[in-house]
Design a protein around this ligand. Structure first.
Ligand code: PEP
Length: 249
């Protein structure tokens, strides 16, 4: 059985104090949660979050990392550094990193390798632009993103990969893919992985949907058979709203 997962990407929000407050509120909401919950605070709040969540089943993820082990990369953070503060999961390939920091699929393949070598779990994000969908290219674009960044991996490595399909036109826009659009794409992604590897592996991968998920639409999206949860941006910044989504299965 693949895992149901809801992950919150805080992006560049919450200073140290606000982060502590939000983590405490999340913990108080978490008691009855059945779903695997992951939060991704900014780098400056990771240590405090892992300390506060020790002993709970909420996992902490970083929003990015560099592929090198160490060295002259001013402003960057390595997998070792993340591990040293108790972070075992990293989000890679978010559309904002691709758009504003020129992250390519080739660079992302290096980051994925570095994370896996350090025994970290990767939430790998990808998704088409509005122009791709308007021209009917969405499947080709998504297949190419996955193929370039992930298809060099051995079958075993996939046990540490979580996929997050995030159509760029739905991120932070209030525009959501319909449950049917999400299901169609998730089924296509699973079939693409089955073609490259095998059906058993494809069926074991959690594929999250991301893009303006809220408590009002999460249930319909999560009810689809190939949607295994969500990557949540804006709505992850409020504990009650986030847990309404977590409890939407
Ligand atoms: C995201 O940033 O991954 C995201 C899905 O954002 P939002 O939920 O705000 O659209």
């Amino acid at each position: 059985m693949r895992k149901q997962i809801v992950a919150g990407n805080w992006k560049m929000n919450k200073d140290f104090v606000d982060s502590e407050i939000l983590v405490a509120k999340l913990l108080s909401q978490h008691k009855h949660a059945q779903t695997q919950v992951i939060i991704a605070p900014p780098f400056t709040n990771l240590l405090a979050a892992t300390n506060a969540l020790k002993g709970s089943s909420i996992d902490v993820a970083a929003q990015n990392m560099h592929f090198a082990k160490q060295g002259a990369y001013t402003g960057e953070i390595s997998a070792d550094m993340l591990s040293s503060v108790g972070v075992k999961t990293v989000i890679l390939g978010h559309s904002e990193r691709r758009a504003y920091f020129n992250e390519t699929d080739e660079l992302l393949a290096q980051k994925v390798n570095a994370a896996l070598e350090n025994k970290m779990r990767v939430i790998f994000c990808f998704g088409e632009e509005l122009s791709d969908r308007k021209s009917g290219q969405q499947n080709d674009v998504v297949a190419a993103q996955i193929q370039k960044a992930l298809f060099h991996l051995s079958p075993d490595a996939w046990s540490n990969i979580i996929l997050a399909y995030e159509p760029v036109w739905a991120i932070g826009t209030g525009e959501t893919a319909s449950p049917e659009q999400a299901q169609d794409m998730h089924a296509f992604i699973r079939q693409t992985i089955a073609n490259q590897y095998n059906a058993q592996l494809a069926n074991s991968i959690s594929i999250l949907y991301g893009g303006s998920v809220k408590s009002s639409n999460a249930k319909d999206i999560f009810s689809k058979p190939d949607v295994d949860g969500g990557l949540i941006g804006g709505a992850s910044l409020d504990a009650e709203h986030f847990y309404a989504i977590v409890n939407s299965f």
